[in-house]
Design a protein around this ligand. Structure first.
Ligand SMILES: Nc1nc2c(ncn2[C@@H]2O[C@H](COP(=O)(O)OP(=O)(O)OP(=O)(O)O)[C@@H](O)[C@H]2O)c(=O)[nH]1
Ligand SMILES: [Mg+2]
Length: 293
């Protein structure tokens, strides 16, 4: 038996969470085309008879703009320090910049062994893959590079077998029926945030927090969920609500469907939009919304 923790790190929007979801075979982490989707370390566990791989999803590496992103960057750093292996996810279709090379080298020189998952190969010319890998080696990035596509499942089984061979010998540390360390309540708040990230433009979603006030299964088997959607500015509140409540109704309906899938029962969802100016820089509010180091 082999078992170990694999820190999944890389730039924001590289495809880390998508790759973990595909490896684990369940959606443990939300995904969106916007950078900074993942805000804290989230465990995704893959248990097979011969091995257990505990993936630690992390917030993408990104320029810090406020106290929330400071906390996020710290959480990514901590995850990279406390693991048996680092899987650095790189968005292959975005090319390779000097910045990318510098960031990769920062981790390859550490004491934790690392490999690069060179992802999104489904949307790039195949002939560029060997050229890019050569470029990495020529520039001193000293580790294995595994081209994959999470969207098309290309080389996912190969990556799994590769990682199973890299984690140390030892018994599993997480019960085998557990796929994540996060509660259903947390997952519900993340589902709501994901639908908002997918629906609204650049500025609004990044200033969103979700506070779940009621999370209770009724005697009739229906889950009663009541949550606040916190935004930063009054004009964001108007955008979120939309004309005669159309926007919030639409996102809530998408969110409810996913919550029902997660919980396996009907959900009665009530949502309120509230404004908390500049909450991403206010330590007490950050803590209230579950973000603290
Ligand atoms: N074409 C293609 N798109 C992908 C692939 N993997 C991820 N994506 C897309 O890339 C975007 C970012 O994916 P995420 O998994 O949220 O990326 P992340 O690295 O977790 O991002 P942060 O949490 O913001 O750091 C989403 O729109 C995904 O659908 C892939 O293999 N192929
Ligand atoms: Mg993510």
């Amino acid at each position: 038996m082999r078992s170990g923790f694999i820190g999944v790190i890389g730039k924001a929007n590289a495809g880390k969470s998508t790759l973990i979801n595909v490896l684990v075979g369940e959606k443990v982490s939300i995904v969106s085309p916007k950078p900074q989707t993942t805000r804290e370390a989230i465990m995704g566990v893959l248990t097979k008879p011969e091995y257990q791989l505990v993936f630690v999803d992390t917030p993408g590496i990104y320029k810090s703009q406020n106290k929330l992103s400071d906390i996020m960057q710290k959480s990514a750093q901590t995850a990279a320090n406390d693991v048996d292996f680092i899987l650095f996810v790189h968005d292959g279709h975005g090319g390779i910049s000097d910045d990318d090379i510098a960031l990769m080298k920062k981790y390859t020189v550490g004491k934790t062994p690392m490999a690069i998952a060179y992802t999104k190969i489904d949307i790039m010319p195949k002939e560029r893959i060997p050229e890019d890998v050569k470029k990495l080696y020529e520039n001193g990035v000293d580790c294995d590079v595994l081209p994959v596509s999470a969207r098309k499942f290309t080389n996912i089984a190969k990556l799994e077998a590769y990682l199973a061979d890299k984690v140390p010998k030892g018994e599993k540390v997480i019960p085998e029926d557990m796929v994540t360390d996060k509660s259903e309540r947390f997952m519900v708040s993340e589902i709501m945030r994901e639908k908002i990230l997918l629906k609204f433009g650049q500025e609004v979603p990044h200033g969103i927090a979700i506070a779940v006030n009621v999370f209770e299964k009724q005697e009739n088997g229906v889950y009663d969920i009541n949550l606040d959607i916190i935004c930063e500015k009054p004009n964001h509140k108007s955008i979120l609500i939309g004309k005669q409540g159309a926007a919030i109704k639409e996102v809530s309906s998408f969110a409810r469907k996913d919550m029902e899938k997660l919980l396996g029962c009907k959900v009665f969802l009530t949502t309120y939009v509230k404004v908390k100016e500049d909450w991403r820089n206010r330590p007490n509010l950050l803590k209230d919304f579950g973000y603290s180091d």
